[in-house]
Design a protein. Structure first.
Length: 486
């Protein structure tokens, strides 16, 4: 075991002492989700911008690549020179706790500490994070003037030229962290015991996903049964109670303890056969022709890339549409622009051209409606034609949820969960490269990066087009399936 606990380990301990224990003793059991990896990448992007905002000609960045000893030594030397210039990633160790401080700014005869977060508000866990840094800093005898938290202002509008000066808002957390300093030693002691002692006897619960998805969910939640209990969905604290009582499979839970939706999931699971109700066919029969099946891919960069856009603003970059003129008479069209210039206007105009003026425009969940409404806000001159599309939108998700369930869907009605239960011919996992939305968003950003070579760009273009087309193909297959209900 390492001689110190990093701040991130202490944050893990705060979420769950067992998480810390597993991270230290059984790191091989850790499975970092795609979502968590994406969150790390976003944190790094915002960190880079913070350095450009707070940096001066003489600011110093302390790399970790040269090893911990080197980073600690360099930090000690720079701080000893007195508060003179900003230091990024100052590396400090005190009483067995290691922290890397995002930003250390000279402030009179002391230092202002700034912790940078990619979130758009201050959260409880951020305060604890700040308090740990402050405790280490003070423990080493350094003088702090202010403890600040810088987070993303999602009302900031990027004006271009790499000018991100308004991207971060600072919140003074000096007072808030004051009251926490006294409990930090107790936390550290608890964390050290959990890290080196026996595995804490902690059952699963809502904290497995809050404030962050724990990388040991696959280890702690039931996985060795046919229908793991978490497929019931609903309140995770309640699921944790069932598991603590020895239940592991959806079928183990007494029906009286389930809500209506869970009872349905359990009932279908117990029969082992899919449920397909006549309402499915009625829904399909209510739809006229021509039918359009629409799906968007979007990006939502924390650090805006195009002038006139805001942090985390959802921006459509691609669509796919299957068109059914009459039963089985299919055609397909799509839009993807990898020039790197903002594609939203061209995307909106191409959508208006592709979707005609009559016939239902099918979507799966209301996401497409949200995206088109945002396009209307962005391009008021297209209001009439885009509103006409919005009025034709039909969400396939509610009738699917009401009328279809298969035990293998494990409580999810996402297209990815439904599709394998209705056809063996289409499988997301067989797609080359891009298989889900986060990867599509990352793939698009990589493709428009000027440093991406033409061969890789062509490969990404093909994968993006195939992935989006796959979604609307899945919708076509699903609608046919629903229409066959007796
Ligand atoms: S999955 Fe839940 S119980 Fe297991 S370590 Fe993570 S937070 Fe703790």
């Amino acid at each position: 075991m390492s001689a110190f606990l990093s701040k991130s380990k202490l944050m893990s301990a705060r979420q769950c002492l067992k998480r810390l224990h597993l991270e230290v003793q059984h790191p091989d059991l850790k499975v970092v989700s795609r979502k968590t990896e994406a969150a790390f990448a976003i944190g790094n992007q915002v960190g880079d911008v913070a350095r450009s905002i707070y940096g001066t000609d003489d600011s110093v960045f302390i790399p970790y690549a040269g090893g911990l000893g080197h980073a600690l030594k360099k930090t000690r030397r720079l701080i000893a020179e007195g508060p003179a210039y900003p230091i990024f990633e100052a590396t400090l160790q005190h009483a067995g706790v290691l922290v890397r401080v995002d930003v250390l700014l000279p402030d009179g005869d002391g230092w202002r500490i700034v912790e940078v977060k990619a979130s758009t508000s201050v959260k409880d866990e951020h305060i604890f994070d700040c308090a740990v840094q402050r405790w280490v800093f003070a423990g080493l005898g350094h003088k702090m003037t202010t403890m600040a938290l810088a987070y993303v202002d999602n009302t900031f509008v990027y004006e271009g030229d790499e000018d991100y000066s308004g991207l971060l808002i600072e919140s003074d957390e000096t007072e808030q962290t004051d009251s926490m300093l006294a409990v930090i030693p107790e936390w550290i002691a608890k964390a050290k015991r959990a890290a080196s002692g026996r595995e804490p006897d902690i059952g699963v619960g809502s904290y497995c996903y809050k404030p962050y998805e724990c990388p040991f969910v696959g280890h702690c939640w039931p996985a060795d049964v046919d229908y793991p209990l978490q497929g019931l969905g609903g309140n995770r604290a309640k699921l944790g109670e069932f598991i603590a009582a020895g239940m592991r499979d959806i079928r183990d839970v007494p029906v009286a303890r389930l809500n209506e939706k869970q009872q349905r999931i359990q009932k279908v699971t117990q029969t082992g056969d899919a449920e397909l109700l006549p309402g499915a066919r009625q829904f399909v029969e209510s739809l006229g022709y021509p039918r359009y099946y629409l799906d968007f891919e979007t990006i939502a960069p924390a650090v805006p890339i195009w002038p006139g856009t805001r942090p985390y603003e959802t921006l459509p970059i691609q669509w796919s549409c299957h068109y059914e003129a009459g039963e089985g008479a299919m055609a397909h069209s799509d839009f993807l622009d990898l020039t790197g210039t903002p594609p939203m206007r061209r995307l909106a105009e191409s959508l208006v051209r592709a979707l005609g003026t009559i016939g239902p425009v099918l979507m799966y969940t209301t996401y497409e409606r949200t995206v088109i409404n945002k396009l209307i806000e962005r391009f008021p001159d297209l209001t009439a034609s885009l509103t006409a599309i919005v009025e034709r939108l039909v969400d396939m998700a509610p009738p699917t949820q009401q009328n279809y369930y298969h035990p293998d869907m494990a409580g999810s009605w996402s297209l990815k969960a439904v599709l394998p239960t209705i056809t063996a011919d289409l499988n997301y996992s067989e797609l080359d490269g891009i298989q889900e939305g986060t990867a599509a968003s990352e793939g698009y950003l990589e493709a428009i990066d000027p440093d991406t070579g033409s061969e890789r760009k062509a490969e990404l273009s093909e994968q993006l087009l195939r992935y989006c087309k796959f979604d609307t193909e899945a919708m076509v297959v699903l609608l046919r399936f629903l229409g066959n209900a007796s």
